[in-house]
Design a protein around this ligand. Structure first.
Ligand SMILES: Cc1cc2nc3c(=O)[nH]c(=O)nc-3n(C[C@H](O)[C@H](O)[C@H](O)COP(=O)(O)OP(=O)(O)OC[C@H]3O[C@@H](n4cnc5c(N)ncnc54)[C@H](O)[C@@H]3O)c2cc1C
Length: 351
C-alpha cells in the first residue's frame, strides 16, 4: 500500500505543478496516471508543438515544458504509479481516502486532487480486425510502455501521426525489424520525423508500406503475422508485435461513479475558495473541473493547483495559520535535503 499526504490523479501539467506548490508547504505527494509517461495531453497529443502562452516563456515546446516541470518537482521526490488507472475512491476513516487502480495498487492519502484533464485516453482500436481481442496483450499493443519489450523482435506499427512516426524511429534501433504501415502516402506528423523515417527507410532500418491497411491477424496463443492490403494486393508479413497507433479518445470512465457532482463531463468545484468538489477533502483542478468562467488552459490549471494546495495545508494543519512566503525570500527546501536560495543581497553601507 502507498501512503502519502496528497494523492494526485493525473500527471498532466496541472498535477505536476501541484507537486511543487504542495512541496513548498511540506506536503508529500504521489501521482497516479493511466499513461506510461507524465505530461498528460502535452506528452500524448502534442509533444513537439510550441506553446506561446506560458508566462515567462515566449515559446516552449510542450515536451520541454513537461521536462521542466519534472525537473522543478524532482526536489520534492513525488512517487509515481504510471500506466495504471484510478478506478475507485472512498473514505476509509476520518483522516484517509483510499484510491485503487485497475491493477489493484492501493493508495491512501489525507487529501485527493483529481487532475484528470479530459479523462483517461482510450486507444482507438482497429475494430474491423475479427480476432483483435484474442491477440490483445499477446502481440497487439496500444502503447509502448517499455521499449525493451520489443528488443530483437519483429514489430509492425500502423498509423500516420507523430506517435507512429516517433515510435518507428525509436524502435528502429531496438527491434530486429520495424515495419511502418499507413493507409495514405502522406503522414500528419512533424516534418523532421517524416524526414527521419524516410532516411531510416533508405538505410533499410524501416520497412515502409503505404498506402496500406492491415486486414487480418494470424497466430495461435501469440500473434505470428498480419495480412496487409496494399495497392489491391494482399501481403503476409511475419511479426511478433502489431502496434496500431490510431490516436486516443478521452473518457471520464470510473470517475463517474465516485459520487462527484459532474456536469457535462467535468467535475463541479467551489472556485470561490479552493477548487474542492462536493466531497470534502477531494479537489478537482485543471481541465477536469468546471465553474462559471472556466478556461481550459495550462496557466489556469497552475493557478488552481496553487490555491488547492493552500486548502490542503489548512486541512492537514487545523488551526495553524499559513503566512505566504515568496520563494525569492524563503528559498526552496527539497525533501531530498537540497536547498535553493537567492544570493543574499549586498547591502551597501551608507556613511
Ligand atoms: C493540440 C492541443 C494544443 C493545446 N495548446 C495549448 C496552448 O497553447 N496553451 C494552453 O494553455 N493549453 C493548450 N492546450 C490545452 C492543454 O493541453 C490543457 O489545458 C492541459 O493539458 C490540461 O492539463 P491537465 O493537467 O489538467 O490535464 P491533462 O493534460 O489532460 O492530463 C490529465 C492526465 O490525467 C490522466 N488521468 C485521467 N483520468 C485518470 C484516472 N482515472 N486514473 C489515472 N490517470 C488519469 C490522463 O491519463 C492524463 O495524463 C492544448 C491542447 C491540445 C490538445
Amino acid at each position: 500500500m502507498i501512503t502519502t499526504d496528497l494523492l494526485i490523479i493525473g500527471a498532466g501539467p496541472t498535477g505536476l505543478f501541484a507537486v511543487f506548490e504542495a512541496g513548498l508547504l511540506k506536503i508529500k505527494c504521489h501521482i497516479i496516471d493511466a499513461l506510461p509517461q507524465p505530461g498528460g495531453q502535452l506528452s500524448e497529443l502534442y509533444p513537439k508543438k510550441p506553446i506561446f502562452d506560458i508566462p515567462g516563456f515566449p515559446s516552449i515546446n510542450a515536451g520541454e515544458l513537461v521536462d521542466n516541470l519534472m525537473e522543478q518537482i524532482k526536489q520534492f521526490q513525488p512517487g509515481f504509479t504510471l500506466g495504471e488507472t484510478a478506478v475507485s475512491l472512498h473514505k476509509v476513516d476520518e483522516d484517509y481516502f483510499e484510491v485503487v487502480t485497475n491493477k489493484g495498487t492501493v493508495h491512501r492519502a489525507r487529501a485527493i486532487a483529481i487532475a484528470g484533464g479530459l479523462g483517461t485516453f482510450e486507444p482507438r482500436k482497429p475494430e474491423h480486425l475479427e480476432n483483435l481481442s484474442q491477440f490483445e496483450e499477446h502481440g497487439v499493443e496500444y502503447f509502448v510502455k517499455d521499449p525493451e519489450h520489443f528488443r530483437g523482435k519483429n514489430v509492425v506499427i500502423a498509423g500516420g501521426g507523430d506517435s507512429a512516426l516517433d515510435w518507428s524511429i525509436f524502435l528502429a534501433n531496438i527491434a530486429q525489424k520495424v515495419t511502418l504501415i499507413h493507409r495514405r502516402n502522406e503522414f500528419r506528423g512533424a516534418l523532421d520525423s517524416v524526414e527521419k523515417v524516410q532516411a531510416l527507410k533508405d538505410q533499410g532500418k524501416i520497412n515502409l508500406i503505404t498506402p496500406a491497411e492491415v486486414k487480418a491477424l494470424k497466430g495461435g496463443t501469440h500473434l505470428e503475422g498480419i495480412t496487409v492490403e496494399t495497392n489491391g494486393e494482399q501481403v503476409d508479413i511475419a511479426t511478433d508485435f502489431f502496434i496500431p497507433l490510431f490516436g486516443l479518445t478521452p473518457k471520464l470512465g470510473d470517475l463517474n461513479n465516485w459520487g462527484l457532482d459532474i456536469e457535462k463531463n467535468a467535475i463541479k468545484v467551489n472556485n470561490a475558495l479552493d477548487y474542492q468538489t462536493n466531497i470534502e477533502g477531494v479537489y478537482a483542478i485543471g481541465d477536469i473541473n468546471t465553474y462559471p468562467g472556466k478556461l481550459k488552459l495550462i496557466l489556469c490549471g497552475f493557478h488552481e493547483a496553487t490555491l488547492m494546495c493552500q486548502s490542503v495545508y489548512s486541512r492537514m494543519n487545523p488551526g495553524k495559520k499559513y503566512v505566504l512566503k515568496y520563494t525569492t525570500v524563503s528559498g526552496v527546501d527539497g525533501f531530498d535535503g537540497s536547498r535553493k536560495e537567492a544570493e543574499k543581497a549586498v547591502v551597501k553601507k551608507i556613511d
